[in-house]
Design a protein around this ligand. Sequence first.
Ligand SMILES: NC(=O)c1ccc[n+]([C@@H]2O[C@H](COP(=O)([O-])OP(=O)(O)OC[C@H]3O[C@@H](n4cnc5c(N)ncnc54)[C@H](OP(=O)(O)O)[C@@H]3O)[C@@H](O)[C@H]2O)c1
Length: 231
Amino acid sequence: MAEQRPYVRIKIAQSLDGRTAMASGESKWITGPAARHDVQYWRARSGAVVTGAGTIAADDPALTVRNQALACEIDGTAVLRQPLRVVLDSTGRAAADAQVFTDGNPTQHEQGINGARVDLSALLGKLASQGCNEILVEAGATLVGELLRQDIWDELLVYTAPKLLGSDARPTANLGLASMAEAVEAKIAAVDQVGADIRTRLVRKDRNLQWFDAVPMGVPAGYFDSFSEQS
Ligand SMILES: NC(=O)c1ccc[n+]([C@@H]2O[C@H](COP(=O)([O-])OP(=O)(O)OC[C@H]3O[C@@H](n4cnc5c(N)ncnc54)[C@H](OP(=O)(O)O)[C@@H]3O)[C@@H](O)[C@H]2O)c1
């Protein structure tokens, strides 16, 4: 945590033409079950999973770790450690009965001061002080765009499905760029096929995967080879 903020990994499930949801907000499912199984691993190793009010409103996701293969043994009992879920919701529009607020797992509801959007740098400083070394962002184009625009990211974890959703579908990141010079540039660090999809891990142009990141840690033997449709 040299920068006094956690390592920020942004997960994106996209179509071949870089779309992350239909215009209606529908996004289940762009990628296949193997990719979604893979995401569980990245969630499990994260101190927090960060999302926005838009995703809570559209999907009501649980954002939990459900795969028993990721359980650790505590006093002889297999326990699934759940990352803290952080919901950015400056206007309080996330429904009180959303899964993240009602399923009993920990959630931090971040509301901006006087209705202003949540200060992302301050939030990350707070998460660092709460002991988060890594966070996984699972959000829509608004929050992903804002993190990229403010240059607050370390890794893009992109799952690309071999399907086209067309130009009416929503983009990966709302960036509003006007020239090529403004493009967010990244470097490909690893490319793997996960089920029917491609997983690309991208890092900042001047960086490599970190020592803690080059090899997945703590993955049970065979985890990536076997998955169930239920996970
Ligand atoms: N394919 C994927 O990987 C993926 C992943 C997740 C979601 N999605 C899809 O994305 C869509 C939702 O995307 P979205 O863009 O509407 O919502 P979003 O990015 O999930 O959430 C954005 C909302 O968070 C709140 N927020 C608070 N502080 C913020 C800040 N500093 N910066 C940015 N946002 C802040 C704002 O709402 P307030 O102003 O009300 O606070 C903002 O509108 C859904 O269709 C969902 O299915 C796709």
